[in-house]
Write a protein that binds this ligand. Structure first.
Ligand SMILES: [Ca+2]
Ligand SMILES: [Ca+2]
Length: 841
């Protein structure tokens, strides 16, 4: 899965003229918000759309926010019992918010089947009617296939029960079938993902009325099919990330309102949302600013207490104060609790009404290695491709993808944002093995591809962390020649150096093999891409040889075309980004691996010269696999080479030429501008200082937009990376211009990922802090587990206004997927925070 490109094409709503209410329904339609609201239940209707890049993200159609948990999604007509990520989705034609009739009507179509329909939602009784309306009867080709589906979050129902008419059942914790053979696979019931799996779930239960969790007032939902048979399916039988699906087939030969479910989610009378006391799960340095942010469903007037935990278990009040209202942000009210004046080291909790936080520390060493070391010595090694990774009694994975890689075919569009253009730009023919790519590199994220942009960003940022803070942490043995990694066994070489080297080996492999940076390496098919398990079983590790029979093996070659593909188009921005990392790595590696350091440096110098001499840059661009903006990537390469050469004139000259555009885009490139200062003249320094002064005002403005004091992004992918980048940039600016940029921004950025964020106070760094995200979207997500030190994207603002980070359901990539690039950012920001607090009085 890849990140960064998560445009949300928001549906177009038109609001019908407001007329007087006939009768105030229990659920009321808030036309401004665009959804139905009540105390304890919100019903959202197509505020989000099935994502265009990654398929079904489980954020679309009719959705329930039930006692503040998004428990149901994708209420819509779908073509299978348990749709998978890449199954067909309809086209959205528009929606009308009809305040006069208290309803929302969405128009949709499956145009491949010449089928149009409307989904209508309107309050009824204590719940709502969810209906399908047709102008023309269902086409024959969709009979028995098209049904009204509503998907329920499995994790919200584990340990609970259901009733289907008079039949009872317990919600299965693990999918247990039974399955039936698929009658007809042309609709994507099994294809295109699990092409070997031509079976679909049979219903767990069927009836005219279905009640989920009748015993639980928070989760009870009653669905009356009003004549339509309701079937309950367990989508996990098809795919580990499936949801529970309630479904009624659309009837044959009918038009008008062909299905009308009465959905009644129980609402607890007088329910109020428990306050969230957002704080740093790692704790606070004694003399730093300490601010908890309190999130409540309605405006709160109350007092909050800081309690110290004593050795005998008593809790002594250290501070009791009324909160300070911040105001409304998104759908909640916020206030703050400042306990900066409490400086005594010890263990503390914060208490408000019935809510008490877990324990956190006030101590001088809160930002020491235990909060970042597992990111470096566990998460990063686990992400290492082409290596055996041992962890005491456990093996994380064997050495995978030793058959890397086949030249990708030309004119090929890959489903994970890779593209091969009309040429290969290499000496290899499509499907020919490219030798030398099977070393170094990290699995980009929760999937197993090597995305070059991720590799070079990781190398560059890790070098910066290593150089800035002298990170000599050594807890890991790495033997590249043996493809062997052993955790919890120091080997005398700093782990940061070993990770920098591992990334460098992959980046250099591109230049050795084909002479330029390549876009990345990834499996060709969805059937392989959905792999969950040991990376070494993703392919057979034997180089594909088309002259062999499909089951034949000859030495290290086989006839099985399962090797990953290398996407190889040359792109100038990608080359610049890659050589920026190589130039940086050459500094760090000196003294540890001089030959590699020299090769990295010489490659960077050569490619920079080639690109600088080129009349027109090579603009091949696709998705987020071909480099960032040309200007930014060139700037990175130029600055890193300037630093590596300690000010060589041609780089300084080029930088001076680039200054006008740097000034224009200063917010994006400020740290590069600042890092170059020691090698530039006084005029340059004055330019930068003026730009930093202007940028500082913008930073303050951004920081005041929400109660957390950091930029919170609103895209479809969680924003912890943007917050960490903000923390890193702020630190670099703060160190260069302490009078202009405060160190507080960096401390807030760190504390945001450690728990001071909307929706919950759970740390986004797995295993770090008292409570952290431990069901993340790593390669081990099928086990509802985590990789220590991995950082999740975290809070996503589910449109229009619901901040969410599910921590009991590991399959939402946009909230829970580790990406390798966040590792060095987090390591940097944690060390930066430590440096800042240690210079406090
Ligand atoms: Ca080591
Ligand atoms: Ca193979």
């Amino acid at each position: 899965m890849q990140y960064g490109l998560t445009l949300l094409p928001l549906p177009f709503f038109c609001v019908a003229a407001m007329t007087a209410y006939a009768q105030e329904p229990t659920l009321h339609l808030d036309a401004d918000a665009g959804y139905f609201k009540s105390n304890g239940l919100d019903v959202v209707v197509f505020s989000s759309w099935y994502d265009g890049y990654f398929g079904d993200e489980k954020v679309s159609g009719v959705e329930l926010i039930h006692h503040d948990v998004r428990t149901a999604t994708n209420g819509d007509v779908r073509l299978s019992t348990s749709p998978e990520q890449w199954d067909p989705v309809p086209e959205f034609r528009g929606a009308t918010i009809d305040t006069a009739a208290h309803r929302i009507v969405a128009s949709l179509a499956y145009s491949d089947y010449d089928f149009e329909y409307r989904i209508v939602v309107e309050p009824q009784g204590d719940g709502f009617l969810m209906s399908v309306e047709l102008d023309e009867p269902l086409p024959e080709s969709l009979q028995g296939q098209a049904g009204l589906n509503l998907e329920f979050l499995p994790a919200a129902y584990f340990g609970k029960s259901y009733l289907a008419d008079d039949q009872s059942g317990l919600v299965p914790r693990h999918p247990i079938g039974p399955m039936e053979p698929v009658r007809d696979v042309h609709l994507g019931l099994s294809s295109p993902v699990n092409t070997w799996n031509t079976a679909q779930p049979m219903p767990l239960a069927e009836g005219n009325t279905l009640i989920l969790a009748p015993e639980d007032p928070e989760r009870r939902v009653t669905i009356d099919g009003r004549g339509a048979l309701l079937s309950l399916y367990d989508g996990r039988n098809k795919a580990q990330n499936g949801w529970f699906v309630v479904r009624s087939l659309l009837p044959r030969g009918e038009s008008g309102r062909v299905i009308e479910w009465l959905v009644t989610p129980h609402r607890i009378p007088g329910w109020t949302r428990p306050p969230v006391i957002a704080h740093s799960q790692a704790g606070y340095y004694p003399h730093q600013t300490k601010m908890a942010v309190i999130e409540t469903g309605s405006r709160m007037e109350g007092s909050v207490r800081l309690l110290q935990i004593m050795p005998d278990g008593r809790r002594e009040v250290r501070k009791s104060d009324s909160t300070t209202s911040w105001g409304k942000y998104l759908r909640y009210h916020y206030s703050t609790f400042d306990f900066s004046d409490i400086t005594t080291p010890g263990l503390y909790v914060i208490e408000l009404d019935e809510v008490t936080t877990g324990p956190f520390r006030i101590a001088e060493d809160v930002y020491g290695p235990p909060i970042w070391s597992s990111t470096l010595d566990t998460f990063m090694p686990v992400q290492m491709d082409h290596m055996f990774v041992n962890d005491r009694y456990r093996v994380w994975h064997g050495p995978g993808h030793l058959d890397d890689a086949l030249q990708a075919p030309t004119d090929h569009l890959h489903f994970d944002l890779y593209k091969q253009g009309p040429t290969t730009d290499t000496q290899y023919e499509p499907f020919e093995h490219i030798p030398g790519l099977n070393g170094g590199g990290w699995h980009d994220a929760g999937d197993y591809d090597i995305r070059t942009q991720s590799q070079y960003a990781t190398v560059s940022d890790l070098v910066l962390a290593y150089e800035t803070f002298g990170i000599d942490w050594d807890e890991t043995t790495v033997e590249p020649e043996n493809r062997y990694v052993d955790l919890r066994r120091p080997d005398g070489v700093p782990d940061a150096i070993q990770q920098i080297k591992h990334g460098t080996l992959q980046l250099l492999a591109h230049y050795r093999a084909v002479g330029h940076a390549i876009n990345g390496i990834i499996v060709p098919t969805l059937a392989q891409y959905t792999h969950l398990g040991d990376a070494m079983t993703m392919t057979d590790n034997l180089i594909y040889d088309p002259s062999l029979d499909s089951l034949e093996v000859d030495g290290n070659r086989s006839g099985r075309p399962d090797d990953r593909w290398a996407f190889t188009n040359k792109s100038t921005p990608l080359d610049y980004g890659s050589i920026a990392a190589l130039a940086a790595a050459s500094r760090a590696l000196r003294g540890f691996d001089d030959d590699l350091a020299r090769e990295a440096f010489e490659t960077a110098v050569r490619v920079w010269d080639e690109e600088a001499a080129r009349d027109d840059p090579i603009p091949f661009q696709f998705g987020n696999t071909t480099g960032g903006p040309l200007f930014v990537e060139e700037l990175k390469a130029t600055v890193e080479l300037l630093i590596t050469t300690q000010g060589e004139q041609k780089y300084a000259d080029r930088l001076a030429e680039m200054w006008p555009e740097m000034e224009e885009r200063f917010m994006w490139i400020s740290t590069l501008a600042v890092r170059a200062m020691p090698y530039m003249d006084e005029a340059y320094r004055q330019h930068v200082e003026a730009a930093v002064r202007a940028a500082a005002e913008q930073v303050e403005a951004v920081a005041s937009e929400n109660p957390f004091g950091v930029p919170i992004t609103t895209g479809g992918w969680g924003g912890s990376g943007a917050v960490l980048r903000f923390g890193m940039n702020s630190y670099i600016l703060h160190k260069a211009f302490p009078d202009l940029v405060s160190g507080e921004h960096t401390l807030r950025a760190l504390n945001y990922v450690l728990g001071t964020h909307p929706a919950s106070n759970i740390s986004m760094v797995s295993g770090i802090g008292g409570r952290s995200h431990t069901a993340a979207y790593g390669a081990n997500r099928a086990d509802y587990s985590f990789i220590p030190g991995g950082i999740v994207p975290g809070i996503v603002i589910i449109p229009p206004d619901f901040p969410e980070m599910k921590t009991d359901w590991p399959f939402l990539w946009y909230e829970g997927e580790y990406v390798i690039t966040l590792a060095p950012l987090y390591i940097f920001v944690a060390n930066a925070a430590n440096d800042i607090v240690r210079s406090l009085p």
